[in-house]
Design a protein around this ligand. Structure first.
Ligand code: NAD
Length: 457
């Protein structure tokens, strides 16, 4: 039996070893879900909602335990782990309050010779292959509406957040989700591959473009729904009319470093109008230097370790590439000596789009700030990416900001804010950032299929 080590990225110590699934265990879990899904799907919606409401409560009563476990296995500051669980509960609240509306049968023609209606049926058994950076938030986007919609879920937590995956399973069972409606697939990519081999009824993936593209290609012949929530290279543009530069710099910095910079919608590149550029950079660097990097369990810590060693090496390479092409490091640039995968928060200027740091997803507390002469130049640079997740504009003039936001080929745009997700709005990426949407009405309907009824007599 393969054992997967759970390593604390702040200390490099082994927390626990978890047994990975094998082809045999995955197969028997699949047969269990096959037997269980019809009964789960046949339960009244109100019953399924009641069970998810209990899960919502259990997340609150277990919050401290869950937050500490998450911080220990992936390194986000403890308060941010608590915030993540609060955020996940807000999303569940949205699903609890809105699912009945979007899943109820709809009479299109209730009168006349031929009556017509639409009902929404579960897809069946769906795979939820998930990422480690926000395991509660990105998990909840999928397995909650999937379960509410009557599906059975084969949930594959990331191999870097296995403890959180096990907690989620424990609490769902405690809430009343039957074991034959929810199962975990524990392991590395090879276990994910086993899910791709199974005749599942939908694939819902959160992770990198590389894996997402592979999964979409691999499951395409099945002709079942495949949704992808992938990475980004999200730009933030500061127009020359902003008045409180310190505040804008603080907001942008938080967008860069929150969750140790490992958010899909983190600010990944900043453009600033030349009139404000020097002032903005000065303020941004001064605030960056004040950030407390350290043990994520300590209340004062603002930036913890990267979740794994490979990511630290990757970011150091990105910084080296930028410097070799003329970038200037204004602060940071190094790994923090000692145990743990820490990186100093790093600010680079004299950057341009020949550098990897301005083109490929960084996923860490590293940022390039580029000077621009006009809104047109900013728009051109913001659009110069294969990704399309979010784009942010800071300005006191809405009409001017709106003009630019309309040009963005992204699923989300922000005016005077950044790095945020709302349960009521569709969360979707364009181009290499994804396919399909979660959250909002769209993220409820994504887990059901319509049936058209033509009724005569
Ligand atoms: P990843 O692609 O390495 O892994 C994601 C999941 O896929 C893991 O569970 C992994 O085990 C599994 N996997 C890997 N190879 C597989 C294969 N061949 N077959 C089946 N499953 C396989 O991504 P990651 O490092 O876990 O996550 C980071 C990425 O996720 C970043 O790019 C980030 O931007 C993105 N992300 C996007 C969103 C969003 O909402 N758009 C949210 C969170 C993270």
């Amino acid at each position: 039996m393969t054992k997967i080590p759970v390593i604390n990225p702040a200390t490099e110590e082994l927390i626990q070893e978890i047994a990975a699934d094998s082809p045999q265990t995955i197969n028997s879990k699949f047969h269990l879900l096959q037997r269980g899904q019809p009964a789960w799907g046949a339960r009244p919606l109100s019953e399924r909602l009641g069970i998810i409401a209990r899960f919502y409560d259990l997340l609150e009563s277990d919050k401290e335990l869950l937050a500490k476990s998450l911080t220990e296995e992936m390194g986000k500051p403890l308060q941010q782990a608590r915030n993540e669980i609060n955020g996940a509960r807000n999303r569940i609240r949205f699903f609890l309050d809105n699912s009945e509306k979007w899943l109820a049968p709809e009479w299109i023609s209730p009168e006349g010779g031929t009556k017509e209606k639409i009902t929404y049926e579960p897809l069946g058994i769906i795979a939820n292959i998930s990422a480690w950076n926000y395991p509660y938030l990105v998990g909840v986007n999928v397995f909650i509406p999937a379960l509410i919609g009557g599906n059975a879920v084969f949930y594959k937590p990331s191999e870097y957040t296995l403890l959180t995956g096990l907690h989620i399973q424990r609490l769902l069972y405690l809430a009343g989700v039957p074991e034959d409606a929810f199962q975990l697939a524990l392991g590395h990519s090879a276990v994910g591959e086993l899910l791709l081999d199974l005749p599942l009824d939908g694939y819902f993936f959160t992770g990198s473009y590389k894996t997402g593209k592979y999964i979409a290609t691999r499951v395409a012949p099945k002709l079942v729904p495949c949704q992808l929530e992938l990475g980004g290279k999200d730009p933030l543009y500061v127009m020359d009319d902003v008045t409180d530069i310190d505040q804008v710099a603080a907001a942008a910095l938080e967008g860069v470093v929150y969750n140790n910079g490992q958010s899909c919608c983190a600010v990944e590149r900043i453009y600033v109008q030349e009139k404000l550029y020097d002032q903005f950079v000065k303020s941004f660097v001064a605030q960056t230097k004040k950030m407390v990097v350290g043990n994520p369990l300590e209340p004062a810590t603002e930036i913890g370790p990267l979740s794994r060693k490979g990511q630290q090496d990757f970011l150091l390479m990105q910084i080296e590439d930028a410097v070799s092409r003329g970038a200037t490091i204004l602060t940071g640039g190094n790994a923090v000596p000692g145990k743990g995968y820490f990186l100093e928060p790093t600010v680079l200027t004299n950057v341009n789009h020949t550098m990897n740091i301005m083109r490929e997803e960084s996923f860490g507390p590293v940022i390039g700030i580029e000077k621009v002469g006009s809104d047109e130049e900013a728009a051109k640079l913001m659009l110069d990416t294969e990704y399309g997740l979010t784009a942010a504009v800071y300005s006191t003039d809405f009409d001017r900001a709106e003009k630019l936001m309309k040009l963005m080929d992204t699923g989300t745009v922000y005016w005077n804010c950044c790095d945020r997700v709302s349960a009521g709005l569709p969360w979707s990426g364009r181009k290499h950032s994804g396919l399909g949407a979660t959250l909002s009405y769209a993220g409820i309907r994504a887990f059901v299929q319509p049936k058209a009824w033509h009724l005569r007599g």
